[in-house]
Design a protein around this ligand. Structure first.
Ligand SMILES: *Cc1c(COP(=O)(O)O)cnc(C)c1O
Length: 406
């Protein structure tokens, strides 16, 4: 069904124009979206979708949330951008709020993206006087040169080598491998609490506490990349605070954030605790846009709304409902993750076909790996949205199978 209005370009025309004007880094777009509301989006042909990906774990409040729209509008009407020669109330307030959510003394550096937050953290670790970083296989930390050096995937790395050095990779979730790799030359141990890009891979519950102990025994920093898992995604403010994911309290030395933080307005943050926030001296790092008042006001609106609307509890409840909706079919081997960061592990490697069949049926999901479909919907996803997906799920899997065997 298409409801293209005459004179208004539809998906086909927009896609042709996209191909002519944009670099081919992402492959052809799945569809061209024109508007959104809550967890729903509409494409240029007028088709409606339930968005179960949320711009890759970004649109925490869904699309066009009135509180986010109001906060951004009001801030832009008041003071849109200043340089970091100056400070603004939203920037300061946001830093204070993030430190309070962590519940420990900390300092914040704001950026515009996840990769930049990790670049800031990477530079911060060099200020320990050590250079070695122990990272994990299957990791994803971004596409800039430094962040790429920390990312294990060969297909991403190899075309751009040589990358900044002294990074070693150990199997994810393997405590003995960390014990063997971390030494007194190690500046930091870098871990994602859950590996999102790898298809939502969850380590054992004693992994992060062990990583903290091993890092600290060697005088190294524990650096958690919570860019995908932070800001309520797993049902707690930070994944390292989630008892579903960790069996003992962890206080990382560095936390990097981005995706969900401002609900879709570009922002990132590098937060350092235990005095590590004082490792940078004036002139050591900088940014023109980072801490921008509009982005900071957006992030404050996200934090306020998560709190005021009880979205952490909602995330846990919707996540459970979503697991129940997809887990029972024989094609599903397991569902991994917590809250609204879920990896549906398929028996057969047909995640790409499942994502295509889902889109066809009006649902946006992501084929993170051939065996894993990732779901990272807005935290405002409704019970009815999940029910609709559950009702369509068997048909989606059936059509994906036909697509493979046809
Ligand atoms: C998305 C992501 C990044 C990179 O963030 P960008 O904003 O795309 O640069 C880094 N680390 C993790 C864990 C991510 O999920």
């Amino acid at each position: 069904m298409t409801t293209t209005t005459p004179g208004k370009p539809g998906n086909t025309e927009w896609t042709e124009r996209y191909t002519g004007a944009l670099m081919n880094t992402f492959g052809p777009p799945k569809t061209v979206l024109v508007r959104g509301e809550g967890a729903h989006v509409w494409d240029a042909d007028g088709r409606e979708y339930v968005d179960l990906l949320g711009g890759i774990a970004v649109n925490a409040l869904g699309h066009a949330h009135p509180r986010l729209v109001a906060a951004v509008t009001e801030q832009l009407q008041t003071l849109g951008h200043i340089s970091n020669f100056f400070a603004s109330a939203p920037q300061i307030t946001l830093a204070e709020r993030l430190v309070a959510l962590l519940g420990t003394e900390a300092r914040v550096f704001f950026t515009n993206s996840g990769a930049e937050a990790n670049e800031a953290a990477f530079k911060l670790t060099r200020r320990t006087g050590r250079t070695k970083i122990v990272a994990t296989e299957g990791s994803f930390h971004g596409r800039t040169m430094g962040a790429l050096a920390l990312t294990s995937k060969l297909a991403y790395r190899e075309p751009f080598e040589p990358l900044p050095g002294d990074v070693v990779f150990v199997p994810y979730g393997d405590i003995a491998a960390l014990e063997a790799a971390v030494d007194t030359d190690t500046a930091a141990v870098l871990v994602e609490p859950v590996q999102g890009e790898a298809g939502v891979v969850v380590p054992p519950r004693d992994y992060l506490p062990a990583a903290q102990r091993i890092a600290h025994d060697n005088g190294a920093l524990l650096w958690l990349d919570e860019i995908q898992t932070g800001i309520g995604r797993t049902g707690t403010w930070f994944a390292h605070q989630n008892p579903e994911l960790v069996d003992a309290p962890v206080v990382p030395d560095i936390i990097t954030l981005a995706k969900g933080l401002a609900g879709g307005i570009p922002i990132g943050a590098c937060i350092a605790t235990h005095g590590s926030g004082k490792l940078f001296d004036p002139g050591n790092h900088g940014t023109t846009f980072g801490g921008n008042p509009v982005a900071a006001a957006a992030a404050l609106a996200v934090l306020d709304t998560i709190e005021a609307d009880g979205l952490l509890d909602e995330t846990v409840a919707r996540g459970r409902q979503l697991v129940d909706a997809v887990a029972s079919l024989p094609e599903v081997a397991a569902v991994h993750g917590a809250g609204l960061l879920l990896g549906v592990e398929l028996v057969d490697p047909i995640a790409v076909e499942v994502a295509a069949a889902a889109l066809d049926a009006g649902f946006i999901v992501n084929a993170a790996t051939p065996h894993r479909v990732r779901l990272a919907p807005p935290l405002v996803l409704t019970e009815a949205d999940v029910r609709a997906f559950g009702d369509a799920w068997a048909g989606i899997l059936g059509r994906a199978h036909e697509g493979v065997t046809a």
